[in-house]
Ligand binder design. Structure first.
Ligand code: ADP
Length: 529
């Protein structure tokens, strides 16, 4: 399709009333109009829907939008219907429709009226639907919330795994558009592989939120008092306090109320009426604080949330990013304060104990990243963005001084010699070990795994015995973030070299490390990688 800039801008104005594209939207829209496979990674609120809606509206044929939730589909269909006089411009095709409704949907599609057809993956697998869709002109297939394809995402749905096969049945050369707000490289790799879009143009927006301040504090038995103090210091501002359990939500909301703070509880155990009452009270600013489980937040658009407190640490960095992302949407101040104790990590581990082994291993790997985030002394923003596969300049980057560690830096020490020792051990053990065994090897601590590899007989066994475990774990984390090592996620954290790591070992140079916080030194598990 050959469309000028003017056409695209005119269509943006005509259908959505916007005079400008947001972020990477324009490039995405053009790429889709050119009929190419496309992969869009943008944080929530980045404007992903328009990326496929606009080209669908501008093109001949119908675009299929695969979406995991009926509620999401309905919202989108209503919104799209608002941009046109024609009701049939967008439809949902699902099992809740009766025969007459299905007939109407099919008629509108055949008549070329329907530009966007929303389907759940389950409906798309039905033979009768496939047969029908094969017979019509399709512009492209967009897979929304594409992270549902990956077990490493937060919302794995096995039906998403069949999408590529179905699209192939629908016809030849239909462009596929994947969209997600999940930024981890592993999830992205799974999406590309499963949708078969290795040739896709990738549009990835930055996940940096420069106006958010990140802080982690040690969780003690005085946590309620700490939270009350923080809220009182921020009197009159809106904030969310996340807790893991419904019980804690109710308890803490009460404690806050007793202490003169206007707060409501929110969790999925309340009936719909109560939930919407409390939500409205928060949105309308009848109360300042909502104490909630993760049930609160999806689709809630309050731009001036000034702080997000985590009474309990979440189960992944991904969740932490999503939940803290609800602060400072208007670009103003947003303080993200997490309380951390290793005991909470153990609690989360226990929750996973009954699950299938693969799920547990994934869950644990994600949890160890949370531990590393909480215990690190480096820029938390840099750490988080590195987790999302994004480089961040901790000196000049936007929001560089917006975290506790950067504001109150720990002393740095020269660690070139130790870095060499570490890399030697990774090299000498043939890049087969996870952090824990690398540290045991450095410290000369034998165990069954180490002796089965005869690592205890190697000359480098114990070369780092002069330093403790927390020192070596900190160094590993910092060398990972600095890009000298990488973690093999597929193998749950095996450490490997990068090119930069090889260079370093050949020609060592200064490496300044910060000493990490150790919150729970008496707990030997506190610092596993
Ligand atoms: P995402 O799906 O990435 O979370 P949405 O598609 O819901 O984001 O868009 C987030 C918000 O941004 C919506 O309110 C939408 O109307 C608005 N928006 C999208 N594109 C533009 C634009 N070009 N100009 C102004 N607002 C936009």
């Amino acid at each position: 399709m050959n469309l000028s800039e003017i056409d695209i801008h005119a269509a943006l104005k005509k259908y959505f009333g916007f005079s400008q594209f947001k972020g990477l939207q324009e490039g995405v829209v053009k790429n889709i109009l050119e009929g190419r496979n496309t992969f869009v990674i943008m944080p929530t609120g980045g404007g992903k829907s328009l990326c496929y809606q606009l080209p669908a509206l501008m093109q001949d044929g119908t675009a299929i939008i695969v979406s995991p939730l009926i509620a999401l589909m309905k919202n989108q269909v209503d919104a799209i219907r608002g941009v046109s006089a024609e009701m049939g411009i967008a439809h949902v095709l699902n099992s809740s429709l009766n025969k007459t409704e299905i007939k109407q949907v099919k008629k509108d599609i055949k008549d070329g009226i329907t530009k966007l057809l929303y389907v759940a993956p389950e409906s798309l697998t039905k033979d009768e639907n496939v047969e029908f869709l094969r017979s019509i002109k399709l512009s492209f297939v967009a897979v929304d919330e594409a992270h549902c394809i990956s077990e490493w995402g937060h919302d794995f749905r096995p039906e998403y795994r069949n999408l590529k096969a179905i699209v192939t049945r629908l016809g030849e050369g239909i462009p596929i558009i994947g969209l997600t707000a999940t930024a981890t490289p592993k999830v992205q790799e799974d999406i590309i592989k499963n949708l078969g879009i290795g040739d896709a143009t990738v549009f990835k927006a930055s996940f940096n939120r420069p106006n958010l301040f990140y802080e982690v504090r040690t969780k003690t038995e005085n946590i309620d008092a700490d939270i009350i103090r923080f809220i009182k210091q921020n009197e009159g501002k809106s904030g969310i306090v996340y807790c893991l359990s419904r019980k804690k939500v109710e308890e803490l909301a009460q404690v806050l109320q007793v202490n003169g703070i206007s707060a409501v509880p929110y969790h999925a155990g309340f009936d719909a009426k109560t939930r919407s009452k409390y939500q409205d009270m928060f949105l309308m600013e009848d109360v300042n604080v909502v104490v909630a489980t993760i049930a609160f937040g999806m689709g809630i658009d309050k731009p001036d949330v000034r702080y997000v407190i985590h009474h309990d640490i979440p189960k992944s960095i991904e969740s932490y990013y999503q939940e803290t992302g609800r602060a400072g949407r208007d670009g103003g101040e947003g303080h993200c304060l997490a309380f951390y104790s290793y005991k909470d990590i153990e609690k989360l581990e226990k929750f996973m104990a009954g699950k299938p082994v693969a799920e547990q291993e994934i869950g644990n790997a994600l949890l160890q990243e949370v531990v590393a985030y909480a215990e690190t002394s480096m820029s938390r923003r840099k750490f988080m963005l590195h987790y999302f596969g994004e480089e961040f300049d901790e000196i000049n980057g936007e929001g560089a001084d917006m975290d506790d560690n950067t504001r109150n830096p720990k002393e740095k020490v020269e660690a070139m010699e130790d870095a060499v020792k570490l890399l030697k051990v990774v090299h000498g053990t043939s890049e087969k070990f996870k952090s824990k065994e690398i540290v045991n090897t450095l410290r000369g601590k034998n165990n069954a795994l180490i002796s089965s590899h005869k690592t205890n007989e190697k000359e480098f066994f114990g070369i780092g015995s002069d330093k403790d475990k927390s020192h070596w774990m900190a160094l590993i984390r910092q060398m990972l973030v600095a890009g000298y090592l990488q973690k093999e996620i597929e193998q749950y954290g095996v450490l490997r070299f990068t090119d930069k790591g090889h260079e370093f070992l050949k020609k060592p140079h200064s490496f300044m490390m910060t000493k990490d916080h150790v919150y729970n030194a008496e707990n030997d598990n506190a610092i596993v990688g």
